[in-house]
Design a protein around this ligand. Sequence first.
Ligand SMILES: NC(=O)c1ccc[n+]([C@@H]2O[C@H](COP(=O)([O-])OP(=O)(O)OC[C@H]3O[C@@H](n4cnc5c(N)ncnc54)[C@H](OP(=O)(O)O)[C@@H]3O)[C@@H](O)[C@H]2O)c1
Length: 304
Amino acid sequence: MHGTAPSRLGLNKTALTGAPATMAGVSNSAKIIGLLHPGEMGAAVGRCLTGRGHQVLWAAEGRGPDTAARAKAARLEDAGTIAALARRAEVIISVCPPHAALDVAWAVHGFSGLYVDANAISPGTAGEVAQMITESSGRYVDGGIIGSPPERPGTTRLYLSGADAGTVAGLFAGTPLEARVVAGSATAASAVKMAYAGWTKGSAALLLGLRALAREQGVEDTLLAEWELSQPELAGRSAGAARSALAKGWRWVAEMEEIAATMSAAGLPDGFHQAAAEIFRRSPRDGQPAGDEVDRVLAALAGS
Ligand SMILES: NC(=O)c1ccc[n+]([C@@H]2O[C@H](COP(=O)([O-])OP(=O)(O)OC[C@H]3O[C@@H](n4cnc5c(N)ncnc54)[C@H](OP(=O)(O)O)[C@@H]3O)[C@@H](O)[C@H]2O)c1
């Protein structure tokens, strides 16, 4: 993905036809907001916005039945295609798997409203998204979501940075999603997300790797007994990490790579998160709880 983005930036973009979004004087009044796409997190973000009286559009083209069901439950309106959505929306919020963030931004080329990338991407990738958007006369706000899909207050923060961050924060006022403006660079929100997820998901990968090592060396029972004595939370955390790896590891590969790139760009060692990406890459993709998650993940990590 990183290899293809510069060519996109160099292409002559065809502006979307129809009335462009008018962002001048954006207030906290009801807006038409495009949501790409209503996944587990995106649908909950959309529900926050419809609950505030905003009209939220999504685009069914190319999406599956689960996404359609989530969009319906969140009372989002299907605009059909991303191009149609971009013609109507004043604000577009991208909430998608990190590896798709650049493609999603590219799909709205010509959009001249306010574009929020709320994905787990590096400040460098966020800068590429910002360049795409601003080249077509849109305005970019950087975002990063921390917490579970927001159903009730107190669980989830949307960090925002950039000149229009306050405007986006205003859209969520009074909703379960707490918007926080981060001072600093235009991509500071992505930096917050990278530093946060680098620990939560990076440490999950490390635990899985070490438990797999103990199993391969025939000392897992001894390690579990020692954990019980001195680190009693680790057995449960490693089991939780295995469940997460099965359900979301496919999406976390790119997130770990984005964190590694962030570390490298900051002059810090990137090997932790390159390895974490490999741990999640080796994990099978299967969200069905069956009680044997640890066995399945550890077997896959060791290649057995
Ligand atoms: N879930 C969480 O608890 C959580 C927490 C914090 C932050 N986030 C952030 O939220 C973002 C999305 O997470 P999520 O949990 O909503 O993911 P998700 O449930 O897997 O949903 C992803 C959505 O994006 C669509 N999608 C999948 N592959 C795509 C592609 N290649 N191009 C365009 N769209 C694609 C999916 O549509 P189809 O499946 O229908 O194709 C789906 O609607 C991520 O950046 C993540 O870091 C999530």
